[in-house]
Design a protein around this ligand. Structure first.
Ligand SMILES: [Zn+2]
Length: 266
């Protein structure tokens, strides 16, 4: 699938509840000289990348969750390509084989053949998350910051909901047309989608505040049912992570307090 000249998608064979149809690996350049989010180190996927991009120079990653970056070190060993991204944080949920050669600073421009990519730091889903803006085409490679059809989990302690919302708002200051997410199809209405994600999070936050005022005090488990009644039960373990991220943000905002495992509204 092609979304702009010099951009092709390779779908990694790692479909699951967490990864949807699988991780989107993006090949960049004509011919491809860079790959963005090489994905898991599954042999057939690595070979498919090498077949499509035999002259690989640069490997960009959005973040170092195990479905996004492990193929980077394998590809580097085979090709000598440089790794561009932020080092994995130490939360036990990361691909520790990713050792960057270049750590991008905010708004730094990188080249992939004729293409220009701007690094935009977007902590929230992961503290080391970077979105990559394809200049000219105004297409944002959003990793797990913005997904198609679902909102990303904010897994604390590395995840941070306040930072997530700040990064979403900041993204709107860039020229954007489409969003090419780490999972799912390309999203054509970039600003509309960003507004939908922000509205969804603020709606969830309002439900949490209402539930805390209603229950006077509650544990995470007691809050899950009223706050996530619209979410299937088999997703409540994931919802619990984001619920905790919401509560930590509310605590920081001076709107909730915790006493041991119990939370109450301020
Ligand atoms: Zn992720």
């Amino acid at each position: 699938m092609s979304i702009a000249p010099g951009v092709q998608r390779l779908l990694a064979p790692n479909a699951s509840m967490m990864t949807g149809p699988g991780t989107n690996t993006w090949l960049l350049g004509e011919p491809p000289v860079a790959v963005l989010d090489p994905g898991p180190a599954i042999a057939s996927h690595v070979e498919a990348i090498l077949a499509a991009a035999p002259r690989l120079e640069t490997i960009f990653v959005t973040h170092t969750h195990p479905d996004h970056s492990p193929a980077a070190a394998v590809l580097q060993a085979r090709t000598g390509a440089r790794l561009v991204g932020r080092a994995p944080p130490a939360d036990g949920r990361q691909d520790d084989t990713f050792v960057p050669d270049v750590v991008p600073s905010r708004d730094e421009i990188f080249h992939a053949g004729e293409l220009r990519l701007r690094a935009i730091d977007t902590p929230g889903h992961a503290s080391n998350h970077v979105c990559w803006l394809l200049e000219g085409a105004a297409c944002l490679f959003s990793g797990d910051h913005i997904l198609e059809g679902v909102t990303p989990v904010i897994p604390i302690p590395d995840g941070d909901l306040g930072a997530y919302l700040e990064a979403l708002t900041r993204l709107k200051s860039y020229p954007l047309r489409a969003i090419a997410p780490g999972h799912g199809r390309v999203i054509p209405d970039a600003y509309g989608e960003i507004d939908r994600v922000i509205a969804h999070r603020l709606h969830r936050e309002a439900k949490i505040v209402a539930a805390l005022e209603d229950l006077r005090e509650a544990t995470l488990e007691e809050l899950l049912v009223p706050v996530y009644a619209d979410v299937p039960r088999d997703r409540h373990m994931l919802a619990r992570l984001t619920l905790e991220a919401h509560l930590i943000k509310l605590e920081r905002d001076g709107r909730a307090m915790r006493d041991g495992t119990r939370w109450h509204a301020v």
